[in-house]
Design a protein. Sequence first.
Length: 512
Amino acid sequence: MTQDELFKVLVAHCKEYGFIFPSSEIYDGLSAVYDYGQMGVELKNNIKSYWWQAMTRLNENIVGIDSCVFMHPKTWVASGHVAAFNDPLIDNKDSKKRYRADVLIEDYLGKIEEKMNKEVEKGRKRFGEAFDEAKFRETNPNILREKAKYDEVHNRYVAAEEANDLKEYKQIILDCGIVDPISGTANWTDVRQFNLMFSTQISNTGADDDKIYLRPETAQGIFINYLNVQKTGRMKIPFGIAQIGKAFRNEIVARQFIFRMREFEQMEMEFFCKPGTEMEWFAKWKENRMKWHRSLGMGDDNYRFHDHEKLAHYANAATDIEFHFPFGFKELEGIHSRTDFDLGNHQKLSGRKIQYFDPETNESYVPYCVETSIGVDRMVLAVLSHSYKVEEVGNGETRVVLAIPAPIAPVKVAVLPLVRKDGLPELAQKVVDEVKFDFTYQYDEKDAIGRRYRRQDAIGTPFCVTVDYDSLKDNTVTIRERDSMTQERVPISELRSIIDKKVNMSNLLRQL
Ligand code: GAP
């Protein structure tokens, strides 16, 4: 199966097993909006809980808040979103479809990269163990030709981005022969800027100053509450404020399932520090966040840093943590050193003094800020796409299993009476009573036991407990482990501790 096909199968699996549904499906859906089903919400809540605990429990100097989606409209003037939260868009006159000009160019560059990687793979096969990838890339004529093409377009693209030169974007698209995938033509409009914020009205007078925005990032809710938290919490610099909440962006190119949505959720932490110390904190938070990701055991090689060459006007350092999604390495989390840009601008626009008085040095200053920002939905997608596996199980049979890291799996244990009679369901209910206070569980007595195991594999349940005739005699059950499929006979009284050892979230937190 190609990665593309695999991704389509994953999307269908998410729907079939109650993880993620297209929103308003009975009305044919709403583009780039998705709902979480009964399994998806458990997975999502577990991810949020792991992040929240890692931030607020493991760091004495980080506290959480929950601010509103709506904020005073001046918030978005101060943050720069009214003036500059734009994407360059271009329309194809034949298909009438709209695209992000920068994405069209990046996709073109991505295809060149793919070609070079294919050439490397050919070389690897040809030369076997003696293969030296670095040397091959420096000398292979096909790669050198593609690399020259890549560099030329990339340099033009970076320059156009820096100069915000919309004409040059279009020229690059034309020069590279980029065509609309639907119409197949290069009949493009000019490139225009498009603000990504959704707006609505706060009252019903219809006046212009009633306009209010749906927050495009949760971070500003933290900045406008900086003084409240610092004073009421008697917080001393350095300290952080964490928040999880919805954000909204009118994305032009909404695609790749829950990777880019119009309504999504963010987990953001703003860490306030003394000016001049921000690079030290930036380095620490880079390391800290990578550790959090790797603790989930989804393969260290599936993550990489991508340091930004071009920095936003408010940042003096920025990096992305990229994950190896089925469609390549893409941004999962951003870590930015935002200087005093946000607090400084809120101070200017609100007229309130937003400063920290340092009792040790008797100085007052606007704190600097290092931000970590991760999309919950992207994290869900990372987990699901990594976990989805089709495995041979002998006799020409296969099983679909979601090998979700056990502490964040939606259902931790399934309780299954072998048959629906002879007192087995009653004993199984007693097993449920044993586990239900500690773990999410499912009780299932329908169909043959093999089919029930498959259903639990498909939603990623780490343990299945089967109650059989022997259980009636000796109060033991069979516990089956999802990944190895090994089965063990254990006393019912030991179930909780066996399951807990694998699924307790503290196992993850202890690694950080
Ligand atoms: N406060 C900084 C900020 O919002 P960002 O890079 O625009 O920075 C941070 O977004 C994270 O939010 C991204 O790394 C991504 O995980 C997630 N994100 C951004 N836009 C998204 C979208 N349209 N759909 C899903 N997740 C998104």
